[in-house]
Design a binder for this molecule. Structure first.
Ligand SMILES: Cc1cc2nc3c(=O)[nH]c(=O)nc-3n(C[C@H](O)[C@H](O)[C@H](O)COP(=O)(O)OP(=O)(O)OC[C@H]3O[C@@H](n4cnc5c(N)ncnc54)[C@H](O)[C@@H]3O)c2cc1C
Length: 446
């Protein structure tokens, strides 16, 4: 198939909006259809701030359309994790080397900016238009909304319509389309800490706060207005779960006992706990990600993952930058582009899905473990001495563009080495010795 001219994208979320800008900047004619109303028209009354951690892969996606610096300006760098124990004691872990940070950015603010830029690049966005059906052979999509029920047949259709994608739904009905959906047994609830009266933050601003409690955790990310968005990741059912905390009094008692240093910072706890839902987290895997030369999936519609590595959006933005790099490589040979896109991205989607699940255990349990803290110190020292030989897994995922699949593989090898090192007698005393350094050097060679 020749290079298409007219592109329709279902879903103007983070990934659909970014991809539309990429297409428009390369001379394609792009129309976006979004199920929700235009969030920019009630930007001020949008209510709760929800934020996301943006890291290097996401910034690379934004840099491809020249807005990385603009977005960095409306983000808050978080240089370290601050862990809060049950007694309210704090401990710290830097995320990377000096100056390396992940960035807290408002989901709504970022989405609004991307849509502003999409329109400025010539993209037409139709709101309250829900994709209800797709013909995969022709690329025809049917939408329901203010325009009535109507069908559009672009040259090329993109499903950027998230984890519950309607475009993917059509593919699921076909043979040789592989699909799996898995809900983890946890849910999440968003709460908040408002700013101090003078607009400052009530906790350390440039950090991601974690209250690790073994089977569950609470995290907090800062917002520009001085508030923090908190997310409680908690079992859905069971002895201690969202189901068992079935009154506000029980929830408040639980917070007072389990997160004693935070409840006093949350004057609206009772209202928020009652009002905000406990939402599900789903992992979606599928293949192929394209249908003939007419339809593709991108972002969460192709690979929804759990949020514990802060990589879902980052991975979706990387899909965009990789797709357009491949477009250049294949110089408009559309079929080749389709096959290369899904072939290169699918193993990475699978790898980050696995890494994200594992990171839940790390965040809720291991970060508070002295052995884990020691492991981080040994890895940090070794990678500073031998940056060409060892990049910690977290840094590969967060601060590099190494393929996720390669990061997973290398990370497993490094973990096996570290477990042997940690098992050495008196490792607490000699962790920064030449002997340990040489043992790691030896182990890498094998
Ligand atoms: C609690 C939580 C925390 C997270 N934290 C992070 C983080 O820190 N860092 C990170 O990188 N990622 C994070 N993520 C993941 C991130 O939110 C997603 O990966 C990202 O939003 C995916 O973008 P998307 O555009 O593919 O999908 P979405 O953001 O879901 O956007 C899809 C869009 O399509 C629209 N749509 C849906 N169906 C239709 C239809 N039938 N017709 C038309 N339009 C439709 C929707 O209204 C929406 O606007 C988090 C996720 C959760 C749940």
């Amino acid at each position: 198939m020749n290079r298409p001219q007219n592109i329709t994208i279902a879903g103007s979320g983070l990934v659909g909006a970014l991809q539309s800008i990429y297409f428009a900047k390369r001379g394609f004619h792009v129309t976006l259809f979004e199920r929700r109303p235009d969030m920019r028209s009630n930007r001020i009354s949008a209510g709760r701030s929800i934020n996301l951690a943006l890291s290097d892969r996401g910034f690379r996606g934004l840099a491809g359309v020249g807005i990385d610096k603009e977005i960095a300006e409306i983000s808050i760098p978080m240089y370290r994790r601050v862990m809060h124990d049950v007694q309210g004691n704090l401990s710290y872990q830097n995320y990377g080397k000096d100056g390396q940070a992940i960035y807290s950015v408002s989901r709504g603010g970022l989405n609004c900016k991307l849509m502003d830029l999409a329109e400025a690049s010539g993209v037409k966005i139709h709101f309250e238009e829900r994709c209800t059906a797709v013909n995969l052979e022709t690329g025809t999509a049917t939408f329901d909304g203010p325009l009535g029920t109507h069908a559009v047949t672009p040259d090329f259709l993109v499903g950027a319509d998230g984890a519950y994608s309607e475009v993917r739904n059509e593919m699921e009905k076909r043979p040789w389309f592989n699909y799996s959906q898995y809900y983890i047994d946890y849910a999440y609830k968003e709460l908040s800490i408002p700013p101090n009266d003078d607009g400052t933050h009530r906790l350390e601003k440039n950090a991601l706060h974690i209250w690790p409690r073994k089977d569950f955790m609470l995290i907090a990310l800062p917002n520009l207005d001085g508030s923090f968005t908190l997310t409680l990741f908690f079992p859905r059912k069971g002895e201690l779960s969202f189901e068992s905390l079935d009154t506000i009094d029980k929830a408040e008692d639980f917070f007072r006992e389990t997160f004693p240093d935070v409840l006093d910072l949350m004057p609206q706890f009772r209202e928020e706990y009652a009002a905000n839902p406990a939402s599900a987290m789903v992992i979606v895997k599928c293949f192929p990600w394209t249908w003939g030369d007419k339809v593709m999936l991108i972002g969460d519609s192709a690979h929804a993952i759990v949020p514990f590595y802060g990589q879902g959006m980052n991975c979706g933005f990387e899909d965009c930058s990789v797709f357009f790099e491949l477009l250049d490589t294949h110089q408009g040979a559309w079929s080749d582009l389709m096959r290369s896109y899904e072939k290169s991205r699918k193993p990475n989607g699978d790898a980050i899905a696995e890494l994200a699940l594992r990171n839940f255990i790390e965040m809720r349990d291991r970060v508070a473990d002295p052995k884990f803290i020691l492991q981080k110190k040994i890895e940090g020292r070794f990678s500073t001495l031998h940056p060409d030989k060892w990049i910690p897994l977290y840094s590969m995922v967060t601060f590099s563009h190494i393929q996720y699949s390669e990061a997973l593989e290398k990370g497993d090898r490094q973990e096996a080495i570290m477990q042997k090192i940690l098992a050495l007698p008196n490792i607490d005393e000699k962790w920064d010795s030449e002997e340990v350094e040489n043992m790691i050097l030896q182990a890498i060679k094998v």
